[in-house]
Write a protein that binds this ligand. Structure first.
Ligand SMILES: [Zn+2]
Length: 249
């Protein structure tokens, strides 16, 4: 048997002396793991095709019901070159891969194809030079939506008033002035609320609308990462590295 799957490599972990365990995302099976033998040796033919932020075609033997396989050969489909060369972009791509790893399940899910397509699009847009904060915000927001924890940007999440004046990570969305002052949440500018709403509604596919509204800022991304932490219990560790890289500039 020789099966083939196209995969986005999310993570490479050292294993034994020269092997690696790869965490990858596929459209067909969701998240899978592969043992890649010898890829940490200089002479390995597969080494260049199993780096994180790379799309590759894997040859392996598929067995129903399993989520870990032994990799036979890998061939690069899309390298996303800039993500490997530029430190800012590497940091942003690292966040995309960590978010994908967090939200994607290790089994065939209805949303696997959509998750794959969004993750691939996020890496493509970063590689094309789109603003990292904007891409990361839209990507994270779309993935939260697929996971069922989208930010509520239609009305005050507490009293359903449609006149909103703040955004709260803990409440998972917008608040009206009364609820915000009751909860000690500082007010946001109308421009910020507007771009927040456009971004959550339009997502990565409609990145143009968010760009026209001025793009997303680090402070916006901060709120979204806090929402993920509070509503899934998981911390996006690569976000602090991303922030440190941004602060150097
Ligand atoms: Zn309210």
């Amino acid at each position: 048997m020789n099966d083939s799957v196209t995969a986005l490599i999310l993570k490479q972990t050292d294993y034994r002396e020269a092997d690696a365990i790869l965490t990858v995302l596929t459209a067909e099976y969701g998240k899978l793991s592969f043992i890649a033998g010898g890829v940490r040796k200089m002479a390995s033919k597969n080494a260049g095709s199993v780096l994180p932020f790379t799309e590759a075609q894997f040859q392996y033997d598929h067995k129903q019901g399993r989520t870990m396989f032994r990799l036979k050969t890998a061939r690069t489909v899309q390298l996303f070159r800039k993500l490997h060369e530029d430190l800012d972009l590497s940091a942003a791509a690292g966040m995309v891969c960590e978010i994908a790893d967090l939200f994607c399940m290790q089994e065939e899910a209805e949303s696997s194809e959509e998750q794959y397509s969004l993750t691939r699009q996020a890496l493509t847009l970063l590689n094309e030079g789109k603003d990292p904060c904007t891409v990361l915000f839209l990507y994270a927001s779309d993935m939260m939506g697929l996971f069922g924890i989208a930010a509520d940007v239609d009305e005050c999440v507490r009293c359903f008033s449609t006149t909103v004046s703040a955004v709260s990570a803990a409440e998972g969305g917008f608040l009206c002035a009364d609820c915000a002052s009751l909860l000690n949440v500082p007010p946001s500018t109308p421009a910020r609320l507007r771009r927040f709403r456009l971004a959550v509604k339009g997502g990565l596919r409609q990145i143009r609308y968010t760009e026209e509204a001025g793009g997303m800022r680090l402070e916006d991304l901060e709120i979204l990462m806090e929402m993920i932490r509070l509503h899934t219990g998981m911390q996006i560790r690569s976000f602090s590295f991303f922030k440190r890289i941004l602060s150097i500039e």
